[in-house]
Design a protein around this ligand. Sequence first.
Ligand SMILES: [Zn+2]
Length: 883
Amino acid sequence: MKKQLLIIGTTLVLAACGAKKPEPVVIAPTTETSEVVAEEIIEPEVELPTARPVYRETETILTDLIHTRLEVEFDWAQSRMNGVAQITAKPHFYTSNQLILDAKGMDINSVKMNGAPLKFVYADDVLTINLGKEFTRNDEYTVTIDYVAKPDERETGGSSAITSDKGLYFINPTGEEKDKMPQIWTQGETEASSVWFPTIDSPNAKTTQEIFIKVEDKYTTLSNGKLISSKKVGNGMRVDHWKQELPHAPYLFMMGVGEFKVVKDTYTRPDGSVMEVNYYVEPEWEQYAKDIFGETPDMIKFFSELTGVHYPWDKYHQIVVRDYVSGAMENTGAVIFGDFVYKNKRELLDDNDNSTIAHELFHHWFGDLVTCESWSNLPLNESFANYSQYLWDEHRYGLDQADYYADKEADGYYQSAQMQGYHDLIWFDFDDKEQMFDGHSYNKGGRILHMLRNYLGDEAFFAGMNNYLEKNKFKPAEFHQLRLAFEEVSGEDLNWFFNQWFLGSAHPVLDFSQTVDEGTSTLNIVVEQKQNLELSPIYKLPMDIAVFDTKGKHIHRVVVDELTEEISIPFEGELKGYIYDFQQAILAKKREDKPREIYIHQYYNGERYIARREGLKNGAKGTSAESQQLILDALKDSFWGIRIDAIGLTTRLKEEKREEGIAVLKDLAANDPESSVRAAALAKLGKLMEPEEVEPMYVTAISNDLSYTVISSALSALGKDNPEKALALAEPLESEKSSKMMSGIAQLYAGYGGAEKYAFFENALNGTTLQGYDKLGVIGAYTGFVSQQDIEIYEKSYDMYQNLYENGGLYTQMFMPQFVGYIAKSSGAKIDALETELANYEENNDAQYAAQTRKEIERFKAVKAKFEAFEAKLAEEKEASEH
Ligand SMILES: [Zn+2]
């Protein structure tokens, strides 16, 4: 799964995050002394535990699922599904006369074997079937369950990654929302598949599957495996038969139904056979499906070669659904994405979703082929999927871009850990399995794999990966199996690495300092481990140190494994530079203090993005000719990430260097191939030049640039100096069918728009162009806009918020209390301001204005009361959902 967390300020993020890991309860034994035996009592030195620690064990396998055959049809009006499940299974080891299945919130009509009814008990979402006789582990049997799935009639929980666990979703099933295509889709992970078919909802179960989906002929269907047949059955109905002959975990079962268009693509296997790679999208996105997903066949080839295990499944289809509850999900061969991936050609110039596409695809090896045996072992799925984003970036866009996003991933881990607490990567004592979907399993896990690769070398790392997949394919695995696979290949005992990173918590904090002994030509380095040792171990950290002297670059591999590590490295002639952790691979907070000229050298001689960025940032301090030249050189760096950093530093340029810098910025603003660089350069020029000089550049960008990011940035900058002109230029852009552009315009209107812009917001928020998280941004802008307006707009806005809350999807609902609360508060401020005005009118005996103002105050009071009631209702619902 790929989480999509958005950052709209800390309070919102906090509101969306899960609970903090509680401290273990430690009760100290009593140490009361009595006079008689006082001398015999020994004070204990440590607090002793009073209970065994929490351990989330792997589900015991009582039954092996073998095949799951489903026949389903839908009752759209009631959001229900009628199903017949035939489950073929056998006892795992011990002889048994029972089959125990998860079945959440269903009606169970009957359970039969060979046509004869079986006795069963259905209670607390568990279906216990009496098989009528004992079966041994060599006896397969098939039971047939006739049932009704009722997802909307269950109480649901939720978490930060997967925000609901309904399992089966009916979106706009009766067609009441005019612009939303009615559709049905499923979300199994973590344990919600049993809402729509009886199964064993545990990641260590695996079964082959087939589904017969009965739908009206106008609908397209999607499920796992191959489409075997599609038959009309009269009454305008059709039955599609999907079958997957390779086993996978029940949480990967998927079903999708709607009037989707299917855009066909293919992948040719090494043996010459052709596999279908199709994209399921709404009709209006048909023309862009290949722009959005078109790199998928190349990714399948790349990951197949990299793992040495050819893509094992029948096909690879991807579907985009509305109101999705997470980012995307790796259902085997039938991957779901939220609507944030809908982007037109121009939007794709700014930003694509290839990293999410790669993430879900890589799960087809790590997750779908080899599956974590328990949720505690989730990093076996997610850290590899996360790392695939790096692998794809490196292959497709180069090392710099891969390192750039890897650094953001590391930041994501630090932030998430700070908010939610530190825990072991393989986390055996979580409170709730949904907590596993955090910055540890994903971001930190990906960085740990990168360290392992850097340590073992590419050949051993990828051979180890292959060994793990070959040994465990079609089976569940725990993290020891990953270690053993790498140990077998490398020949090395890797417990030290796995203990500190997989079974350890937090990360190293490293202080580097150095002295240069010119007499003996020695660089003396001290590395201190400063992390909190209550959370973390003293780490063993192999790392490369690069030293540059008269003879060139020398790489020294050292191992830091003491609290204070002293390292001496000789050099010849002049010491020109030194770079710690030359590959920038170690996940650690590092503090370094080097002379400025060493940082400048580091920018020009570092081979990795982070080393060069740090070289630039620290080397640019001060006003020496070298520091000034550094900024100018970095503006022309081959990597766009560095160019953006350099743009930020141009305010440091002095006198004639500033003129030179402005000339480069103008060139970047007009011609840089990266839109984010053009946007940053344009914004910076506004700070370095007079408004009248820079205004024509904004106007040119708004009219000529293809990138919505650049246009939005220019509109916002122009708005500050010349709002009338910005508003005039924005108006024709309202008709662009782009979520990004709408979002840019909304920001401008929030700041400078008058009441007449209400129609824009109404169209934007009621239409379908606005996708994914842009919608939240526009609701935020709308809230800002409303708060600047008069009473008429305040009054109108109430119905809009109500409508957004009811139909705007899960994320809109999640953040609604903030928006509604803001309007309630700002109506209060309006009332205060009006009351001051009223006092003035009364003092001046201005009866007409006073009467008018009194009326307005009354209307604002009514609005405030309505919004406060709305806010209270939201708080109540939140409270109820938490219990
Ligand atoms: Zn994932």
